[in-house]
Design a protein around this ligand. Structure first.
Ligand SMILES: Cc1ncc(C[n+]2csc(CCOP(=O)(O)OP(=O)(O)O)c2C)c(N)n1
Ligand SMILES: [Mg+2]
Length: 360
């Protein structure tokens, strides 16, 4: 791949996509079946666009409002692997100190976007994001401050566009001309309900084409070259023009909606087609590219690793499982340092029959 977009640090994108996938893998195969994580949400398939956007949110008032499938974006915004695991395992030291589901996020600013506290109700993330964008406009227009072209970004799924929060935020943003980017990660499912039931014609970007004062982009969320251009164009447009936009990224949801969903409602052919759009192999290609090689990512392409951490739980020894349960962070770090890309094999998820039944 020679067409890597220069606006992004691709080495970091590849590394954090792999980290996110290893986290999902570990939770699905080990921590949830053993009861150490009670409610797991996988971001498998959604990683690429989120990570790219996270890298562009570097202005002083840039902020994001996220949802439960936003962990790759969180990792790109400075959320650590330790925090991800302590949050998921309901331990002290996580941002909610163990009081919330691990993927209900917030994050004080760490060089990149500040992440507003989110909640678990679908659609509730939109109006806080619009409110932040309105506050930026107030500082800019009323207080006369230099806001350095800061913006707000809200992430949501295709099902969430049927919520009142989405339409309220859209109306605020377009009538008040707010620097707000709405990013819709369209995986064509809201739990088991297909997109045609959430959105007439299945495509909210198409339906909003006539919406006044809203710029729209629509395309792949899994093809590194295409997604990078979409993301860079959308963020730059909202920054420069100080008005709203909507970016629809098409992604596959490769795991069940949550750890108790075995996706029995998807046909084998459909799941096969979804796996064909997995962004992880594409990022492995990035890691082997000339540009990435220059930045030292060449070793990521080498594969390697003993693959032990990624074996389905029932094939591991009791001792190996104990080790993983005692120190899951080490398993992720080992996967990262050996650049073990042999992950994400279908059928590995506990709820999808890897041999172990979730205990919670
Ligand atoms: C207000 C509200 N209604 C219903 C739910 C149950 N629920 C949780 S996630 C979800 C589907 C959301 O789908 P989508 O927005 O497409 O996001 P995805 O999970 O596909 O990324 C639903 C209906 C909820 N959490 N909150
Ligand atoms: Mg969806």
């Amino acid at each position: 791949m020679s067409d890597l977009h220069p606006a992004f640090d691709w080495r970091e994108v590849a590394r954090l996509a792999l980290a996110s996938r290893l986290l999902d893998e570990l939770e699905e195969n080990e921590l949830t079946p053993s009861g150490l994580v009670t409610y797991q949400f996988s971001a498998r398939g959604h990683e690429l666009g989120q990570l790219l956007i996270s890298q562009l949110l570097t202005r002083p008032y840039d902020a994001a409002s996220v949802y439960y499938r936003s962990r790759p974006f969180m990792l790109g915004s400075g959320f650590t692997l330790e925090e991800a695991l302590t949050a998921d395992m309901a331990r002290r030291g996580s941002l909610s100190d163990g009081r919330d589901v691990g993927v209900v996020f917030n994050l004080p600013r760490r060089q990149r976007a500040l992440v507003l506290p989110n909640a678990a109700d679908v659609g509730s993330q939109y109006t806080p994001g619009a409110g932040w964008a309105q506050a930026i406009r107030y500082r800019q227009d009323v207080l006369g401050e230099d806001v350095q072209a800061s913006i707000a970004v809200v992430f949501g799924g295709d099902g969430s566009v049927a919520s009142n929060g989405f339409w309220s935020a859209l109306t605020m943003a377009a009538t008040l001309s707010l620097p707000l980017l709405l990013v819709i990660e369209d995986n064509d499912y809201a739990i088991s309900v297909t997109g045609d039931h959430q959105t007439p014609g299945r495509n909210v970007a198409q339906n909003l084409a006539a919406f006044h004062n809203l710029q729209i982009w629509d395309g792949s969320g899994t093809n590194p070259a295409e997604t990078a251009v979409l993301v860079e164009t959308a963020v730059a447009f909202v920054r420069q023009n100080r008005r709203p936009g909507l970016l629809r990224l098409r992604v596959p949801r490769l795991s069940g909606h949550s750890s108790v969903d075995n996706q029995a409602y998807k046909s084998a052919a459909e799941r096969e087609a979804e796996w064909a759009r997995d962004p992880i192999p594409a990022l492995q290609g990035v890691s082997g590219s000339r540009a990435a090689g220059r930045s030292g990512l060449g070793r990521f392409a080498a594969g390697g690793g003993n693959g032990r951490a990624n074996r389905p739980s029932h094939r591991r020894s009791h001792a190996a499982r104990r080790t993983i349960q005692r120190n899951p962070l080490r398993v992720i770090r080992t996967g990262l340092s050996t650049a073990d890309w042999r992950i994400g094999k279908r059928g590995d998820c506990a709820a999808e029959g890897n041999g172990r039944v979730p205990t919670a």
